[in-house]
Design a protein around this ligand. Sequence first.
Ligand SMILES: [Zn+2]
Length: 453
Amino acid sequence: MTPFGGRVEQRTEQLVHPDWTWINGRLERGVALGIDGGRITYLGPPNRPSTLRLPGKALVPGFVSAHSHAFQRGLRGLVEGRPDAGAAGEAKPGGFFSWRDAMYALVDRLTEESCYELSKQCFSEMLASGFTTVGEFHYVRHLLDANGQGDESKRYALDGAVLAAARDAGIRIVLLDACYMTGGFGKPLAGGQRRFETRDEREYWSRFDALAAACDPATQSVGVTAHSVRAVPIDILERLHAESVRRNAVFHMHLEEVRQEIADCMAAHGRRPCQLLLERLAIDGRFTVVHATHTTAEDLGGLAERGATVCLCPLTEANLGDGVCDVGSFRAKGGHLAIGTDLNSRLSATEELRWLEYVQRLRHEKRVVAVGSTADAGAELLAIGTANGARSLGLDAGAFQVGALADAAIVDLNHSTMAGWTPETFASHLVFGTGTSAVCGTCVGGRWKIRRA
Ligand SMILES: [Zn+2]
């Protein structure tokens, strides 16, 4: 049968037989996947007639965007002109905070419908580029006016829109439920920030439990999230994290994307944000920080030693002119990296991965910097984009193993950008040489979406 030209519906039991399969960091021929109940139940030679034959294709684990704000897809193309001026009080005109003003203006215009449409567009585009899971860092919650006033029943009205968009697009989602309490260290929320508001810890956990109950257990789950040290007082952040550990949930937060946050934290606490977290929180492998752009080598080492993940968003960090994380110091201590698409101005898993490496090459004026502990940089980047992202989100996915979630991307080996590939060069060929069109389908929990190559 030809797999192209339409959607193949989920079957209760499947045997999928691609020509090549990415297993244990290498490409192997003749390995079929048995899938049942959304999980992989068999890996080995085809032992019965296949329900889906994929000739000329390689199957790789689905890519994971561990950090996204789907609604920001609505800013694409709108914020690339030179800002007239910085945000009020901004130390560096034209920097992050002037972009943030444009983002807040988008927030002002969001409705349940537009939030759903933008999110669905974003998630569909992710799937088309091979992402099968999104860690959606969700902080725009309420439909209130710009002063945070309005219908109390519209608090958290946008939560359902995002979950519905993920369901309808067909992507796996970990909804990272963001706690957001202050507009800076010791400052109340101002203006549109009231749309992000968490009133207190009781409200946070009751909403967290409600969201968990609303999730489709097959493809949706929730994670604990503090927006940043700017947005959650440290005592509350400490308790939130302790409770997330007790619940065995993952914990995500933004960290040190801009130097201003570090200066403000030094003024408030006499410590850098990462220093503060390392001192106050029992950080472990369930903890992920996003960006760590200006984090010191010492603090990155501390995160690595605790098993934390640093999620980099190379295309976003480049777009915003944030700066470059000292990845070498983190990797030298065995730190885990993952990737996120963050503002979603471009959705391409392979582009995100190669730019993770390329910005390091540009900075250090040498090759193979971010990765390179093995001979195959592409294989390492592939693991960062799959297994490491799944680990960051607490999912049993990102690698083909019996018992794991059946999430995969299909690579068309006959696509022009794959010409010249060999089993030995496959991963580097894919990561360094292809865009989104070499990916011709995805599988999320045994449900396939396949398009004509
Ligand atoms: Zn972010």
